[in-house]
Design a protein. Structure first.
Lengths: 166, 109
């Protein structure tokens, strides 16, 4: 399963490029690439529906939103200077320590006997049956959540009278 | 009986746990070390995606579709969260002309 290791390395590499690159536009593009790699993992796991949703929602909608917001701001004029080396070192050490702790904790867990009965869990048909039969109420509540989020975003972004423009 | 994918047969589930932990820690390091509010927000998205990946892996390995439904709802909530969060960032930029989180210290004292 060499392709799995290749895809994993590619995902981790592009994810670290997200936080390492100086230009925010490059960060967004690396993040889009990371999401495509994660979609590739979904394909390998036979979760075709979530692969499509991941590409459409994350790589399609959310990242375009990020790109538009970055393009609206003039970040070259007063871009945030990076934190001090001490803070960066402390953050990296803290994240690395957390990774070590997580791996050490999960090494004790024995997950070997988990094997699937059938491989059709991620298909659109099966997920649709469950989504519209068992999870109808949360599915409808999501529409209310989207409505509230839309109203909230418009409220926050609305220009008040007398406020200066960009 | 359908064909079980090669990944599920050959890759142990522990590898997915470690992979997701690594992605999550990259997101945490991004939040802790960057000062650009948009990059911090993108690191949060990275952490959300690592959790999504772990949920999908467990769901596929155990053939339990409820995990993938849960990921679907997480994606819906993340989309709403991004809309509101980016609106807040745009408001911050409009008020103080920068998105450096180091300058947002009015609540510090």
């Amino acid at each position: 399963m060499n392709f799995w290791y290749f895809l994993t390395a590619l995902t981790l590499l592009s994810a670290s490029m997200v936080i390492l690159s100086k230009n925010p536009i490059h960060s967004v593009l690396y993040l889009v690439f990371t999401f495509f790699c994660i979609s590739g993992h979904y394909v390998l796991l036979n979760a075709q529906f979530l692969m499509a949703v991941n590409i459409v929602v994350y790589a399609g909608a959310i990242m375009v939103l990020f790109l538009f917001v970055i393009m609206m701001m003039d970040l070259s004029k007063n871009s945030p200077d990076s934190k001090s080396t001490l803070t960066k070192l402390a953050g990296a050490i803290l994240g690395g320590t957390l990774l070590v702790i997580l791996i050490a904790a999960s090494r004790k867990v024995d997950l070997k006997d988990v094997k699937p009965i059938d491989a059709q869990t991620g298909m659109v048909e099966g997920l649709g049956q469950i989504l519209y039969r068992d999870y109808v109420l949360p599915f409808e509540l999501v529409s209310i959540l989207f409505f509230v989020a839309m109203v909230g975003a418009v409220m926050l972004g609305k220009r008040e009278a007398g406020e200066r423009n960009f | 009986m359908q064909q079980i994918p090669d990944v599920i047969r050959e890759i142990p589930l522990n590898y997915y746990v470690w992979f997701s932990a690594a992605l999550f820690c990259i997101g945490i390091i991004g939040v802790l070390t960057r000062r650009n509010a948009i990059i911090i927000f993108m690191s949060v998205e990275l952490m959300l995606n690592s959790v999504n990946l772990l949920l999908v892996a467990f769901s596929s390995y155990k053939a339990d579709p409820a995990g993938q439904i849960f990921v679907f709802f997480i994606m819906a909530v993340a989309a709403a969260e991004v809309a509101v969060g980016l609106a807040i960032i745009v408001m911050i930029y409009r008020n103080i002309q920068t998105i450096d989180v180091g300058l947002l210290n009015k609540l510090k004292w």
